[in-house]
Design a protein. Structure first.
Length: 263
């Protein structure tokens, strides 16, 4: 198989990275994707750094065995913990995630920016560096347990969780909410019900997809013809996880169709 014809690996601790996969498929419809949800070891966001790194190493080894041409780490925590070390050892493109704090900063007009993320993401140097550059008015909001509600598709529980978490803030003084975990992207409809219309809700999915497209084009690895296919895999119970992934992928693609800015 030639370089450009090989698949792109995408991985997350569970199903959250499916939101990224939906954007990738929308922006790069000719590409083949292999999505790996490490559900047997989810969540990453509450684990020690060394354990997250071991998990990322194991998933990367599996993806390399599948002859992928690039890898997207569709997880903010795994990106912060493992991306730099993986890039130091490997030559293929490795694209990561980061909370969309920069675009939120550019939209700010004197109000707060709420950054919803896992406790691990908010403590790591990568996020602290983002805060140092673009963190004026930004408030980190650790959301332990929210990712697990998405994994279980417990939308009612997630709505109650978010309502309680946001009750601590005067939402009329908030300019933007940043979704710092790929799982939270599936909660956009819930957040739109809870937030004033004036509050922007931002995530890093489109920026990541555009970066992947740029890197593939630069390296002569971009496929521009045909219709790609997608394979879903899990380290956990396939009978339980794969139907959830399939449903969430359909939801992610519906969200992409509704976002007219995606191009």
């Amino acid at each position: 198989m030639s370089g450009a014809e090989r698949p792109i690996g995408v991985f997350d601790s569970g199903v959250g990275g499916i939101s990224v996969l939906g954007t990738l498929r929308h922006l790069l419809p000719s590409e083949d994707f292999l999505y790996y949800g490490d559900t047997a070891h989810a969540p990453y966001g509450t684990k020690p750094r060394e354990e997250v790194l071991r998990c990322a190493d194991a998933v990367m080894a599996h993806l390399l065995e599948q002859n992928v041409k690039a890898v997207v780490i569709a997880c903010n925590t795994a990106t912060s913990v493992a991306a730099a070390e993986l890039r130091a050892r490997l030559t293929l493109p490795i694209i990561g995630m980061e909370p969309a704090l920069k675009p939120a900063h550019e939209l700010r007009h004197g109000g707060q920016i709420l950054v919803l993320a896992t406790p691990m993401t908010l403590t790591l140097p990568k996020f602290r560096a983002l805060m140092a550059r673009y963190g004026e008015g930004a408030v980190p909001v650790p959301c332990a347990g929210l990712m697990e509600l998405v994994e279980r598709e417990d939308w009612q529980g997630a709505a109650a969780y978010l309502a309680a978490r946001l009750a601590d803030f005067d939402l009329t003084r908030v300019d933007a909410v940043v979704l710092g975990c790929t799982h939270y992207v599936f909660l956009r409809p819930v957040l739109r019900e809870l937030l004033p219309d004036t509050v922007s809700v931002l995530d890093g999915n489109l920026g990541t997809a555009r970066q992947l497209r740029r890197v593939l084009a630069e390296r002569g690895l971009l496929r521009t013809a045909g219709t790609g296919r997608t394979v879903l895999e899990t380290s956990g119970d396939a009978a339980e996880a794969l139907p959830v992934m399939t449903r969430l992928l359909a939801a992610a693609e519906r969200m992409c169709e509704e976002e007219t800015v995606i191009k």
